[in-house]
Design a protein around this ligand. Structure first.
Ligand SMILES: [Zn+2]
Length: 212
């Protein structure tokens, strides 16, 4: 039995990409992605500091298969910064698919951080884009607010949540992934790879039950 987690001023909840395109019916739907929303709404009430991230691409983004003639979604290509999975068009700036799911109700969220805004770089992590050098600005925000512990929830477990957790760990935050408040896409075993990576880095996966 795990002790209940107490949330304080140095904690933040980062809600990753709870957008229409990542939910059932969307262009890049994560299976059962919408199931996490009531859980996240409930967990978010425990936090004063909540950050929402939003995948926010130009229409001709490099991560879209449609940008590369002859390529199909879920193929991997090599770009200037290394391998890049190609996705269906998703979360295009200003479209309904890029909006937050209407059931997500966290009016006290302090920051909405948009990522993937550069045409030629994808961004899985909410800290650094896929070139691993271009910062999103989140690190500065968290440091200026004295955050020491980061709790992550959202979509997808094996991409944006995973890379965010790894970057947060690397930046010396204590990281918890609220696993039942995440869902995965699972491309080529990526969910199992994520679990192995978290074990290797001692990143804790917890249940939303531990907040109540
Ligand atoms: Zn994207």
């Amino acid at each position: 039995m795990t002790e209940r987690i107490r949330i304080g001023n140095n904690d933040v909840l980062i809600v990753v990409d709870l957008q229409n395109d990542f939910c059932p019916g969307g262009n890049l739907a994560v299976p059962h992605g919408d199931e996490v929303i009531p859980i996240i709404n409930r967990v978010a009430k425990k936090f004063e500091n909540v950050v929402l991230t939003q995948d926010w691409h130009p229409h001709d983004h490099l991560s879209f298969a449609s940008t590369h003639p002859g390529k199909r979604p879920y193929e991997t290509i090599t770009v200037s910064y290394g391998p890049q999975v190609l996705w269906p068009d998703h979360c295009v700036q200003g479209t309904s698919g890029a909006e937050f799911h209407k059931s997500l109700q966290i009016p006290h969220a302090r920051l909405v951080l948009r990522k993937g805004i550069h045409r030629a770089i994808d961004s899985y992590s909410t800290f650094y884009e896929n070139d691993r050098k271009t910062p999103t600005g989140l690190l500065g925000y968290l440091r200026e607010h004295g955050v020491t512990r980061i709790f992550l929830a959202g979509l997808a477990f094996d991409f944006c949540v995973r890379y965010s957790a790894e970057d947060a760990h690397r930046e010396n935050f204590t990281v918890y992934v609220v696993e039942d408040a995440c869902r995965g896409i699972d491309v080529d075993g990526s969910v199992a790879a994520t679990r192995r990576a978290f074990t290797d880095l001692s990143i804790s996966c917890i249940s939303a039950q531990e907040f109540y």
